[in-house]
Design a protein around this ligand. Structure first.
Ligand SMILES: Nc1ncnc2c1ncn2[C@@H]1O[C@H](COP(=O)(O)OP(=O)(O)O)[C@@H](O)[C@H]1O
Ligand SMILES: [Mg+2]
Length: 375
């Protein structure tokens, strides 16, 4: 789990950097983790603490997480710095996603529950708040992100001098922020052509989108996962272990079983589950009467069973579907569904997955530079 905690400044995970010094599990489910920082006053301490707590705390059976802080010895510190420099110099980054980018994978046990609707509305709402948000449509042959965002146009390649060719994402401005979008829908001419390509390994396509796209300095990357719990989820866990899974389910209690498979699978591959979003919750008509058309309580039950928060409930509302068909996500308008999305986005930004804040790091950089000069 700690491999998913990245030191955003050094660009590597805390296990690789030798900062994870040990872990112990008590019989009552308390987990003690020892983390050694580069310096005791490390400004990233709060963020590392939050990430360690969130990741370990999301495991079943864990009742509390206790962190003991120590400092790396001078030798360990130079090893960690050397490791970070080596990563930068020798090893092409595993993915083109910056270490500071927060990654949210929107998943479910089955199709048709609203993953793509949740993806485009979260991404659009985050951009509206001024963030730069990547959208990776990992539902390779079942893509619906281009239509739902009202974007088309083929992806172009670019070649910076001396560099390999990169795929340029399609970029649209939203409010004070922007979306950078990549989908197989931008590469094939129509959906029947997509069908012809079905045999191609899905995972390879996702890998290309992670490695070969000229993503900018993203604050967030939102990934629309294909339905189910197959190769793509495992591949993502391997390529981007810091991704956090947001699970979408409908309110039907029967849907809960299917959705919990996605959670079980995530835990097997050590992906953190950030929470559950219930979609297609009770419909409220213009007279104020409420109809739980697709059942009741499924999101809450799933969240409780998995020990993760229920981040919110999106009501069933014609505007969600109409917005998807028109390429104008409902979050840009008003109404109960737009409000529900807004609350989930606030929760993500303020608590669940706040953006990386690098302010205050210059002190650490300067001291590292000074130490390097001394060396
Ligand atoms: N809250 C909602 N209210 C009304 N229609 C919705 C809602 N969420 C999704 N839909 C519609 O249901 C269909 C399936 O949603 P989609 O996001 O494509 O699911 P998935 O990506 O999980 O297959 C789409 O037509 C979408 O517009
Ligand atoms: Mg979809």
């Amino acid at each position: 789990m700690l491999r998913g905690v990245v030191d955003p400044e050094l660009g590597a995970d805390i296990v690789e950097l030798g900062m994870a010094k040990g872990a112990r599990v008590d019989h009552d489910g308390t987990v003690h983790v020892t983390i050694a920082l580069t310096t005791a006053g490390c400004p990233l301490r709060a963020q590392i603490q939050r990430d360690v707590r969130a990741r370990i705390g999301s495991l079943p059976g864990v009742t509390s997480v206790h962190i003991d802080w120590t400092e790396l010895t001078a030798d360990e510190r130079s090893a960690a710095m050397a490791r970070a420099r080596w990563n930068v110099r020798e090893k092409a980054p595993q993915t083109a996603i910056p270490a500071t980018t927060k990654v949210i994978a929107v998943a479910s046990g089955k199709g048709g529950v609203g993953k793509s609707s949740v993806t485009v509305n979260l991404a659009t709402g985050l951009a509206q708040r001024g963030y730069v948000v990547g959208v990776l449509d990992a539902d390779i042959w079942g893509f619906s992100v281009p239509r739902m965002l009202g974007i088309d146009g083929r992806l172009q390649g670019s070649r910076a001098e001396g560099d390999a060719t990169r795929i340029e994402p399609n970029v649209v401005a939203v409010g004070a922020g922007r979306l950078e979008v990549v989908s197989m829908g931008f590469l094939v001419d129509d959906e029947s052509e997509a069908l012809m390509w079905r045999g191609l390994m899905l995972n390879r396509a996702v890998q290309h989108f992670l490695e070969d796209v000229a993503w900018g300095e993203l604050d967030y990357l939102v990934i629309d996962m294909p339905p189910g719990t197959g190769d793509v989820q495992m591949g993502l866990a391997r390529m981007l272990p810091r991704a956090e899974l947001l699970v979408v389910t409908t309110p039907a209690l029967a849907a809960q079983k299917v959705a919990s498979r996605a959670i079980t699978m995530a835990r097997k591959s050590y992906l953190r589950v950030v929470g559950v979003v219930e979609n297609m919750s009770a419909f409220t008509c213009e007279h104020g009467a409420t109809y739980p058309l697709f059942g009741d309580g499924g999101g809450e039950a799933l969240a409780r069973e998995a020990g993760v928060p229920l981040l919110g409930r999106i009501p069933l509302e014609p505007g969600v579907a109409a917005g998807g068909d028109a390429g104008r996500p409902v979050v840009l308008g008003s109404g109960p569904a737009a409000d529900a999305f807004g609350e989930i986005i606030d929760l993500i930004v303020d608590e669940a997955i706040p953006p990386t804040d690098l302010a205050g790091c210059s002190a650490r950089l300067l001291s590292a530079a000074a130490a390097a000069l001394d060396d």
